[in-house]
Design a binder for this molecule. Structure first.
Ligand code: KG4
Ligand code: ZN
Length: 365
C-alpha cells in the first residue's frame, strides 16, 4: 500500500509517499519526502505571518506533490490512499492541504485519512526506529507544543503533561528574537550555545509543585500520583521574561540598537538552553519512571537540538531506559511522519468523510 501524505500546518509545504513494509516491527518505509520551507519569507517579519503562509502553500502544493511522486518514481495511479494534517495549526495553512488532499482523493476515488499533527510527530519515532518498547513516554516538543504522552499500545496516546504557557520552541524563537538572532531561533541558539558558558547565568525554571487553587487540574492526574502530576506540566514564559530582563539590564549602557558582545550572547544562549533542556528531560524521565515506561521518545522540531539529544542519551545510559529521537529530517515538520500516522489510522479502520474540515485546535485522543 502506497500512501500520499500532505502536511501544511505551519510554514512548510510538505508531501511524502510512504509505503507499508509488511514487517509488523518496522511497519513503514519512506519512498520520498519533499519539504518546501517558507523560512526565507517569514524571516523578514521575525516570525510566521499566517496570511503569507497560506498564500505560499497555494503556490507550492502542486509542485511539492509532483516532486514527491517523481522522487519515488511513482505515478498518481500508484497512490492507494491520501493522509493529510487536519490540525492543529494555522487554519488558513491547514485548509490548503486539506482542500488539496480531498481533491486528489476524490478525483482518484481513493480513501482519505485525517491526521493529528502531533500523532505525526509521535509516529516519526516508529517510522525511524520501528515499534518502540511499550509503554513509552513520548515528549513532543515543537514551536507550537510541549506535551508529554503515554503510549501504552500502538496508536493510543494519553496526555500526561503539557506546557501551561509557551512551547519550548516558542521560547527559543522569542529569546532569539530579543537577542537579535533572527528566525527561527532554535538552530541558531543551538549553534551559539556550543561556544558559551552555560553556568554564567542562573535562569529560573518554573516548577509547578504546589497545589495552587487557581491552577487548572494537573494534566496527568489520572495516571500519576498528585504531586508528580503537578510537576509534570511545563512552563517557559517565566524563563523567557528572565532572559528579557537580563538583556535589558545588560543593554542599558549601550548605544540604542547596539548588540550585546558576542561572548555574552553565547553565554546567554548556553544558559537559557541548559535551563530548557534540564526542565524538559527532568520531567520526562521522572514521569516515565512513575508510568513504568519501557522507553522514552522525544519528537518535534526542538528534538533536533544537539544538547537535548546528548543529554537525553546520557540520561538514558544512567537510567537504563532507552531513548528514541528521530533523525533531524523527521524532527522538524515533514509529511513522511503524517504518512506514518495516516497508515496507522487507516489500518485501525479510520477513513475520513468528505465533510471533515481543517481545525486550528484539535485534541489528540
Ligand atoms: O515541529 P516544528 O518543525 O514545527 C511545529 O510543529 O511547531 O518545530 C519548529 C520549532 C521552532 O520553534 C524551532 O525554533 C525549533 O523547532 N527548532 C529547534 C532546533 N531546530 C528547530 N529548537 C532547538 N534547537 C534546534 N536545533
Ligand atoms: Zn510540528
Amino acid at each position: 500500500m502506497n500512501l500520499l501524505a500532505i502536511e501544511t500546518s505551519c510554514d512548510e509545504t510538505a508531501a511524502a509517499l510512504v509505503a507499508e513494509t509488511g514487517d509488523a516491527a518496522r511497519p513503514w518505509h519512506v519512498r520520498s519526502s519533499i519539504v518546501a520551507s517558507q523560512t526565507d519569507i517569514h524571516r523578514e517579519w521575525g516570525g510566521v505571518v499566517p496570511e503569507l503562509a497560506s498564500r505560499q502553500h497555494v503556490r507550492d502544493i502542486c509542485g511539492v506533490v509532483e516532486a514527491a511522486l517523481a522522487q519515488a518514481g511513482a505515478q498518481q495511479a500508484d497512490v492507494d490512499a491520501v493522509a493529510v494534517t487536519q490540525g492543529p495549526g494555522l487554519v488558513g495553512s491547514l485548509l490548503v492541504g486539506v482542500a488539496f488532499a480531498k481533491t486528489f482523493a476524490w478525483a482518484r476515488d481513493i480513501p482519505i485519512v485525517p491526521v493529528h499533527h502531533l500523532a505525526g510527530h509521535i509516529e516519526s519515532l516508529t517510522l525511524a526506529h520501528g515499534e518502540l518498547p511499550l509503554p513509552a513516554a513520548v515528549l513532543v516538543v515543537s514551536g507550537g507544543h510541549t506535551s508529554l504522552y503515554l503510549v501504552s499500545e500502538p496508536g493510543a496516546y494519553r496526555l500526561v503533561g503539557r506546557t501551561r504557557d509557551d512551547a519550548a520552541g516558542e521560547a527559543y524563537d522569542k529569546v532569539a528574537k530579543l537577542l537579535g538572532l533572527g528566525y527561527p531561533g532554535g538552530p541558531v541558539i543551538d549553534r551559539l550555545a556550543r561556544q558559551g558558558r552555560e553556568d554564567r547565568f542562573m535562569f529560573p525554571v518554573t516548577r509547578l509543585t504546589h497545589a495552587d487553587r487557581n491552577a487548572p487540574r494537573a494534566t496527568g492526574a489520572d495516571l500519576l500520583p498528585a504531586d508528580v502530576a503537578r510537576r509534570t506540566d511545563f512552563s517557559f514564559s517565566g524563563l523567557k521574561t528572565a532572559v528579557l530582563r537580563l538583556v535589558q539590564e545588560r543593554s542599558a549602557g549601550l548605544a540604542p540598537g547596539a548588540m550585546l558582545p558576542p561572548d555574552e550572547v553565547a553565554d546567554i544562549c548556553a544558559s537559557f538552553q541548559r535551563a530548557v533542556v534540564d526542565a524538559l528531560l527532568e520531567r520526562t524521565f521522572e514521569a516515565a519512571r512513575w508510568l513504568g515506561a519501557r522507553s522514552v521518545g522525544i519528537a518535534g522540531g526542538v528534538s533536533a537540538n544537539s544538547r537535548l539529544r546528548a543529554d537525553a542519551e546520557a540520561r538514558a545510559a544512567r537510567s537504563g531506559l532507552p531513548v528514541f529521537v528521530p533523525p533531524i529530517a523527521l524532527s522538524t515538520d515533514n509529511a513522511a511522519m503524517i504518512g506514518a500516522a495516516g497508515l496507522r489510522r487507516y489500518r485501525a479502520g479510520v477513513v475520513g468523510s468528505w465533510e471533515f474540515n481543517a481545525e486550528a485546535s484539535l485534541p489528540l485522543s
